[in-house]
Ligand binder design. Structure first.
Ligand SMILES: O=P(O)(O)OC[C@H]1O[C@](O)(CO)[C@@H](O)[C@@H]1O
Length: 550
């Protein structure tokens, strides 16, 4: 589409409609309609989305669906699922749905069914992970593996790290997982200090096998291992690779038989379902990994077939567009009230912002509307004692996703009602607020002297009207985690389609990498003028001088 979506009739209608809804308080929407929960919630694949605490009406949803129609969402979903090269700037398909295609029906890329390849790699992962878990795979000195170290960054780290963390209750009791991503030697150094080389397996994960951070960490880890075990033959028993680039893996010194393959039609941030999930499989076993895939597959089927008004990721995507492009919300908070999801906000940051942080459409036209919000968040209960002040009384409109487990992994401790009461209280209070009259009454009730009430009133009023989604599931299992992640992946896809963006490339990360490559040798060369800019040149000299002085 060469024209911008903002030129559509649906966009204009939404703009007019927003002017009306901007004047309506959420508490009034609830007062007007006691069926909001029934009307504005959807349950599928074990996941409930309550979106009734959003600044929308039935008319809003109708108009948002018209926008999706104008953007040809159905056609794009069809193309996604049939393996068309919808990553147009890289001329590739984006087929993460094939990685979890438990139906096994053929999915074709350029006419060729990819399912045999997918299944072959899954079988290899199964066999390898079993051999580690059962202690058959031995290190160079004959001991079973106890520590798995994933070396990767971005999509080759965040997804597997998040899932491995979330599914700790399913870990093999002998095994510990570590994730090294940062190029600061402290990350690898601190990790190595905890490891026994004889019982450690390194998984070098990199789609391209060119990423500076990963290769530097992998090289240092290899040097450490060889020094510790005294023979470079040890590498074969302690290093495996996950990549699309066999030649580069071989050049690094890893035997191709110890390489787990994936393909260019798997985007980095969509890759945890592929061989990039190897540390997950080793830690939780293939049956549980298959359940993760099955949860995602169920949600894929829902996304591909459910009518939009009952389609969970479609609704989530449209609601975010509503706030970003029409209310001007610049950020979205993701606040899990499930301790196991502590890495989920960081994972979502890459998924959403690397996919949607773009200013031109697929055809290269500059957009004239705001696109992706900034995603941020942390565990909700901790956030309450840190930044919720800003949510309740600050000046920003911050739509929030609360993620709720009805049962925790440690239910027997009896804390869960405290968790649930907190999250329900927060979403309620953010929605309803407390107006001046209610605040006056509350202050009177706690015995604040009448003359002080007026003074305190402005500080004690809560404007409310902060929207939120509540995503609720029974307990975090591999299956429900798969469903939850797939829901967010497809939400991002819906947004990309409506904004006309290609969500599967990431050209915006290139420039910084290129300049870093130019700068790297400057740090060791003897020169004092470089031609970057006044600040960068001076900082290079400042750093070198300080090094010499220390
Ligand atoms: O898996 P690779 O090729 O090492 O890339 C790691 C990450 O780097 C990025 O390209 C961004 O720099 C991500 O898209 C990707 O997930």
């Amino acid at each position: 589409m060469n024209t911008l979506i903002s030129q559509s009739a649906a966009w204009a209608a939404l703009k007019t409609h927003q002017q009306y809804l901007a004047t309506v308080h959420l508490r009034d929407l609830f007062a007007l309609d006691n069926q909001r929960f029934e009307r504005f919630s959807v349950e599928t694949c074990g996941l409930l989305l309550d979106y009734s605490k959003n600044r929308l009406t039935q008319e809003t949803l109708t108009l948002l669906q018209q926008l999706a129609q104008a953007a040809q969402l159905s056609e794009w979903i069809r193309q996604l699922f049939q393996g068309d090269p919808i990553n147009n700037t890289e001329e590739r398909a984006a087929l993460h749905i094939a990685l979890r295609n438990r139906s096994n029906l053929p999915i074709r890329v350029a006419g060729q069914d990819v399912m045999p390849q997918v299944n072959a790699v899954l079988a290899k992962m199964h066999q390898f992970s079993d051999s580690i878990r059962e202690g058959e795979w031995r290190g160079y000195t004959g001991k079973p593996i106890k520590s798995i170290v994933n070396i990767g960054i971005g999509g080759s780290d965040l997804g597997p790290a998040m899932v491995t963390r979330a599914l700790k209750a399913y870990h093999h009791p002998r095994l510990r997982a570590y994730f090294v991503s940062n190029v600061d030697g402290t990350h690898l150094g601190e990790t190595l200090a905890e490891l026994d080389p004889e019982t450690t397996l390194f998984i070098v994960s990199s789609k391209t096998f060119t990423t500076q951070e990963t290769l530097l960490n992998a090289n240092s880890a290899r040097t450490w291992l060889i020094n510790q075990l005294g023979n470079d033959k040890a590498v074969a028993k302690h290093f495996v690779a996950v990549s699309t680039a066999q030649q580069k893996v071989t050049e690094f010194g890893i035997d191709p038989t110890n390489m787990f393959e994936f393909w260019d039609w798997v985007g980095g941030r969509y890759s945890l379902w592929s061989a990039i999930g190897l540390p997950i499989v080793i830690m939780i076993g293939m049956d549980n990994f298959a359940a993760l895939l099955a949860g995602a597959h169920d949600l894929d089927n829902h996304f591909a077939t459910a009518p939009w008004e009952r389609n969970l990721p479609v609704l989530m995507g449209l609601i975010e567009i509503w706030y970003s492009s029409f209310f001007g919300a610049t950020s979205q908070a993701v606040l899990p009230y499930d301790y196991t999801l502590e890495l989920f906000p960081a994972y979502l940051q890459q998924l959403a912002m690397e996919s949607l942080g773009k200013r031109v459409t697929r055809s290269g036209n500059t957009v004239n509307y705001p696109t992706a919000p900034i995603i941020w968040g942390t565990l909700g209960n901790n956030g309450q004692h840190a930044f919720y002040q800003l949510l309740h009384q600050g000046t920003h409109l911050i739509p929030t996703d609360f993620i709720i487990a009805i049962e925790s992994q440690y239910n027997e401790l009896g804390h869960q009602n405290a968790v649930l009461s907190n999250v329900l209280a927060q979403s309620h209070a953010l929605m309803k607020g407390r107006n001046a009259e209610e605040t006056r009454l509350a202050l009177n009730q706690i015995g604040i002297a009448a003359e002080k009430v007026n003074q305190q009133l402005p500080h004690r009023v809560f404007p409310g009207n902060q929207p939120s989604n509540l995503l609720v599931y029974h307990q975090l299992t591999p299956k429900i985690l798969g469903t939850l992640i797939a829901a967010y992946e497809h939400k991002v896809f819906v947004e990309s389609v409506c904004w006309g963006i290609n969500p599967f490339d990431q050209w915006g990360v290139e420039l910084g990498k290129q300049v870093a490559n130019l700068l790297l040798p400057e740090l060791t060369q003897e020169q004092s003028s470089y031609g970057y800019d006044g600040s960068t040149d001076s900082l290079l000299n400042y750093i070198k001088t300080h090094r010499l002085a220390s």
